[in-house]
Ligand binder design. Structure first.
Ligand SMILES: C[S@@+](CC[C@H](N)C(=O)[O-])C[C@H]1O[C@@H](n2cnc3c(N)ncnc32)[C@H](O)[C@@H]1O
Length: 429
């Protein structure tokens, strides 16, 4: 698997240089064209593992190398191998041998010797180094210190659990398309196909193991979609009635747009600022057999608006994605504290603009996949102080829709079963 380590090292080096893993991984895969599907999957796993436990691997590496490793790819390769040694079940000596082989392919002659020496020293000194390294919170929890401090301050009861959940493997959850089938029937199909799964709540089914979507029974025929259980709360909260004019203002790739349409016959406009991402909305609508108007537009501006007010608006705004960090492990290292202010400004602009497009008596559901209060509770408090015609409706937890374990106000904290999301329901009067 030295090929997989090499690909993962390319991808991790790119992330550490400030690029998203979703862009870096395909780029790294293109660099090693001969990789088999199995090696590609392993490369993906290794890069996730490394970024999940980056602070720890980096701390060991610093302790083991008197001078920093300046070659970015060799540095990343060492991080990948150290993460495997720390957190995978792979045999230690196989990991070391493969990393040494991979280093031989890095084009740097000295790299093989260095990688060999660092990893073997790690195996010898692991226990003695651990005591001093694990004292730092950043290393203990594998998050930047500012992230840990923010959660400590905002969730004094839950911060540790939130951090731990964020380092776990995310569940794969399906949403059954109730226009095509129902939950018991789809569970039977899964069982017949030998796929272990259980009903969570509402239309949500959780798989025991993640798997490629095209192997799911009738996926291509639109019987199910992949959607986190926490995100499946948006459509029911909108309190939809047939025939209503509904706007999904930040809609791509269309998860919530399609759920809304599966739930109720409404006249829906699916808007997003990114043309390329809207392609996914078209694909999802087509696969699920649903209809909506799809348009490119900026939700903080009005040039796309035809003047007809909406009865319901879903504002699933761009955010830090801190509630889904286990799905986007690069985010905790790419985000900066000041990004929260930038997101909060954009969110406020979107919210204020959309509010003008809501009919009297209409409802707007504000959603983020963040757990930081700057983007959530503080945002809504600020909005309410400047909009006298807005009332906040209670968002009460409904066990038939979501197996919620951590619910504080509008904040759904991440658990093993669902992601972290924030919901605020506003009504215009
Ligand atoms: C959290 S994602 C939406 C996920 C989607 N609602 C779903 O359930 O599949 C946020 C989306 O907002 C879009 N976006 C960002 N800024 C925007 C803006 N000013 N106007 C409209 N869309 C925007 C992004 O392109 C992205 O697709």
């Amino acid at each position: 698997m030295q090929v997989a380590q090499l690909i993962a090292a390319h991808a991790v080096a790119e992330v550490l240089a400030g690029h998203n893993l979703t862009v870096s991984m395909p780029k790294a895969l293109r660099k090693v064209k001969s990789a088999t599907p199995q090696q590609q999957a392993a490369a993906q796993d290794y890069s996730y593992l490394t970024l999940r436990f980056y602070a720890e691997a980096a701390a060991y590496l610093r302790a083991l190398t008197p001078k920093p490793v300046t070659d970015e790819r060799v540095h990343a390769l060492l991080l990948v191998a150290l993460s495997q040694l720390l957190h995978s079940r792979d045999d230690d000596f196989t990991v070391v041998n493969q990393a040494v082989e991979a280093a031989g392919k890095s084009g740097q002659r000295w790299a093989k010797g260095l990688v060999n020496a660092v990893l073997r020293n790690f195996l010898r000194q692991r226990e003695s180094l651990q005591a001093s390294i694990a004292q730092r919170e950043e290393v203990q929890f594998n998050y930047p210190q500012w992230w840990i401090d923010t959660l400590k301050q905002q969730f004094p009861q839950h911060w540790q659990t939130i951090l731990e959940v964020g380092n776990s493997h995310p569940p794969m959850t399906l949403r059954v398309n109730l226009r095509k089938t129902d939950v018991p029937a789809y569970l039977q199909l899964l069982q017949a196909a030998g796929i272990e799964a259980h009903h969570l709540a509402g239309a949500a089914i959780q798989l025991q193991q993640p798997m490629p979507v095209h192997q799911l029974p009738n996926f291509d025929a639109g019987w199910v979609s992949v959607q986190d259980a926490g995100a499946q709360w948006a459509a029911p909260l909108l309190d939809l009635q047939p025939g209503q004019r509904v706007l999904d203002a930040c809609s791509a790739p269309g998860g919530k747009t399609c759920h809304v349409l599966e739930t109720c016959e409404v006249d829906l406009l699916s808007l997003d600022v990114e043309t390329a991402r809207l392609q996914r909305v078209h694909e999802n609508l087509q696969r699920l057999g649903l209809q909506a108007r799809v348009a490119v537009g900026n939700a903080s501006q009005s040039e796309w608006f035809d003047g007809q007010l909406f009865d319901r608006i879903l504002a699933d705004v761009p955010c830090s994605a801190s509630g889904i960090v286990r799905r986007h492990v690069d985010m905790k290292w790419l985000r900066r504290p000041q990004d929260l202010e930038t997101f909060a400004r954009t969110q406020q602009e979107i919210l204020s603009n959309l509010w003008q497009m809501l009919a009297k008596g209409g409802k707007l559901l504000y959603v983020t996949c963040s757990i930081f209060q700057q983007e959530n509770e503080m945002q809504i408090q600020q909005f309410l102080t400047t909009h006298a015609d807005a009332a906040r409706l209670p968002v009460t937890f409904d066990a038939t829709l979501l197996p919620c374990q951590q619910w504080t106000g509008g904040q759904l904290l991440p658990t093993a079963e669902h992601d972290g999301l924030f919901y605020a329901l506003l009504q215009k009067h």
